[in-house]
Design a protein around this ligand. Structure first.
Ligand SMILES: Nc1nc2c(ncn2[C@@H]2O[C@H](COP(=O)(O)OP(=O)(O)OP(=O)(O)O)[C@@H](O)[C@H]2O)c(=O)[nH]1
Length: 226
């Protein structure tokens, strides 16, 4: 794998409550911008092309409904075969498939990635969301909202159209990751036979508000090139 060595493909007891999220998509669609927006609330404008980085996100320890995620920001390439690695499918519990609404080729790319992911996961449980980024650039739009929604319906996943660079869309960017985590946790609790806490959705909304107001995140980057 380019750059990052995913040392723990299987969850261990120490990582079993950490949701592993892989962010995939064509080069330059804004994968890093979305991850950085979620983690730091900021949009930096220019990012070095990603090799690969894993970020650890954990909500405030005082939250009973704590949210812990390892987010792998993958390197985008111009062709699917060179950006895909089966290690992603083995490592990840959840997948964020990102395209840019201004690049049709990036939309085709998520369709290829979706098939590679399905083939690699086979019968294993996983969760994904489809994200059309850069919706601030509507005048350069090449992929319609309904095309995005149709693909998401076909995959059977949630669809978001967002802009990583628009501050007022931060709640939607946060939702991408928090909703994915909530779905993963519900499924995990069902598989583990644990009953869901009755108040968890309320607490979840409160956690999101804290994330948005910047009071609860605790982010650690594990650089892939150490
Ligand atoms: N207008 C606009 N530009 C964006 C948005 N998101 C990212 N960009 C820009 O798009 C370029 C690529 O963003 P990145 O976040 O590096 O994209 P990436 O998918 O991580 O790129 P690779 O790591 O090379 O695969 C940068 O110049 C960003 O500033 C957005 O929502 N709107």
């Amino acid at each position: 794998m380019n750059g990052t060595r995913l040392l723990k493909p299987q969850h261990t007891s120490e990582t079993k409550d950490v949701c592993r999220v892989v962010v995939l998509g064509y080069q330059g669609v804004g994968k890093t911008a979305l991850v950085v927006r979620f983690l730091t609330k900021r949009f930096l404008g220019e990012y070095c092309p990603t090799l690969e980085s894993i970020y650890r996100y954990s909500s405030d320890k005082s939250d009973e409904d704590d949210v812990r995620m390892d987010i792998l920001d993958t390197a985008g390439h111009a062709d699917t075969q060179s950006c895909w690695n089966e290690g992603y499918a083995l490592w990840g519990d959840c997948f964020v498939l990102v395209y840019s609404i201004t690049e049709e080729i990036s939309f085709k790319e998520v369709q290829n990635l979706r098939h590679l992911l399905e083939a690699a996961k086979r019968q294993n449980v996983y969760f994904c969301v489809l994200v059309g980024n850069k919706n601030d650039l509507v005048y350069d739009r090449q992929v319609t909202t309904s095309q995005g929604q149709e693909l998401a319906d076909d995959i059977g996943c949630k669809f978001y159209e967002v802009s990583a660079c628009e501050w007022n869309q931060l709640p939607q960017v946060v939702d991408i990751f928090i909703d994915l985590h909530a779905t993963w946790r519900r499924s995990k609790q069902a598989r583990d036979g644990r009953p869901r806490k009755s108040s968890s959705s309320t607490k979840f909304r409160q956690a999101i508000q804290k994330v948005i107001s910047g009071k609860s995140s605790n982010v650690k980057k594990n650089d892939s090139h150490q």
